[in-house]
Design a binder for this molecule. Structure first.
Ligand code: ATP
Ligand code: MG
Length: 332
């Protein structure tokens, strides 16, 4: 039996991933690589939507690769590569842009959120066309599944719509991908602003648990997480978004159910609870950070891993692109 395909990516938009990236996405990449034909990339082209100094982008890209490997992605079990080293991503993205409606692209909430932060004059066109490049990333590999966090659901829906539209217009060319979004750990929120998702590219990192931060720094951030004025450790996203987020984090790492954790802290205050969450999170992240630092000590080794991945990805991508062009009537 042929194994199902998965594709996922992460942008090098920061020197460190945060806990949400790890729990909502990359941790599942590790699970999938054993029984799926998995393709994982560092989405460095997507990161160009954020203006970044070249030296910083270079550094972030290598640090991102090291963190993916440190979390457990194993290049001998999957295809791990840099998006910009496989030119077919841009080529198929143009096809997707010619397929997508301006109106449907305008409805993407990530675009609305991110562009409203910087204002239209400072928003680049690439941020608007981002979901079409993402659709290309996925469709090039004929992915059956896409393990991602909840925030990316809308983009996968768009990808499915575009794939379906293409197939009905030009004949079956693309596999329709399913989003793989695990309930529970799929959305980790900002510790200081628990109604917004934790993001790599937020201006203040006070509420962001960065996996490359020193353990003490993260412990302190968790202990100063914003919570309500009550005393009861109870999951209630409306009334207690801060406590609920901490419960989600604890549960995603410890494997205990939310109600087991609620019971454990019955009659105890928020202080004890936060200390426990800090302990759980810090011990989970400590070895990951150390492995990433060790990998970064050997830059040539890291580059070799990435250079080995790109040709494997290109073979699959080229086949899909060729079929796509041919089916559309482009002369081959
Ligand atoms: P940026 O702010 O630059 O967009 P990001 O933190 O949103 O960064 P991405 O590189 O866009 O990270 O996304 C990588 C993966 O992490 C995606 O699968 C996304 O769904 C997941 N992810 C991002 N933020 C969270 C979060 N707060 N909780 C769970 N998963 C998340
Ligand atoms: Mg994002």
């Amino acid at each position: 039996m042929t194994r199902k395909r998965v594709l996922s990516g992460i942008q090098p938009t920061s020197e460190s991933f945060h806990l949400g990236n790890c729990l909502g996405a990359v941790r599942h990449w590790v699970e999938f690589q054993d029984d799926h034909d998995a393709f994982y990339c560092i989405a460095d082209l997507h990161a160009l939507t954020v203006e970044t100094d070249p030296a910083i982008l270079y550094k972030r890209t290598l640090r991102s690769a090291a963190q993916v490997l440190a979390i457990g992605v194993d290049p001998s079990k999957c295809t791990f590569f840099l998006q910009s080293q496989v030119a077919q991503h841009n080529q198929l993205a143009w096809v997707m842009e010619c397929l997508a409606g301006f109106g449907e692209a305008s409805r993407m909430t990530q675009f609305k959120d991110k562009s409203s932060k910087s204002g239209t004059e400072r928003t680049v066109v690439g941020l608007f066309t981002y979901p079409m490049l993402q659709a290309a990333d996925i469709l090039l590999y004929q992915a059956d599944r896409v393990p991602i966090g909840e925030d990316q659901r809308q983009h996968i829906e768009l990808t499915r719509d575009l794939a379906g539209r293409f197939n009905s217009r030009f004949g079956k060319t693309f596999q329709l991908p399913e989003p793989y979004i695990l309930k529970g750990d799929a959305k980790i929120n900002d510790l200081q602003n628990p109604s917004a998702k934790m993001s790599k590219s937020t201006s203040s990192t006070q509420g962001v648990i960065e996996i490359m931060d020193a353990p003490e720094v993260n412990a302190k951030k968790i202990k100063s997480a914003v919570t309500d004025t009550g005393r009861e450790v109870r999951f209630d996203e409306k009334e207690k978004p801060g406590i609920s987020n901490l419960l989600t984090i604890h549960s995603a790492i410890s494997g205990l159910s939310i109600s087991e954790i609620e019971q454990e802290f019955e009659g105890k205050g928020y202080g004890d609870f936060k200390t426990a969450v800090a302990e759980v999170a810090v011990e989970f992240l400590r070895p990951i950070r150390q492995r990433a630092l060790d990998l970064l000590d050997d830059e040539p080794g890291l580059l070799t891993i990435l250079h080995d991945g790109a040709p494997k990805a290109r073979v699959v991508a080229e086949k899909t692109l060729d079929d796509t062009y041919r089916n559309m009537g482009l002369v081959r």
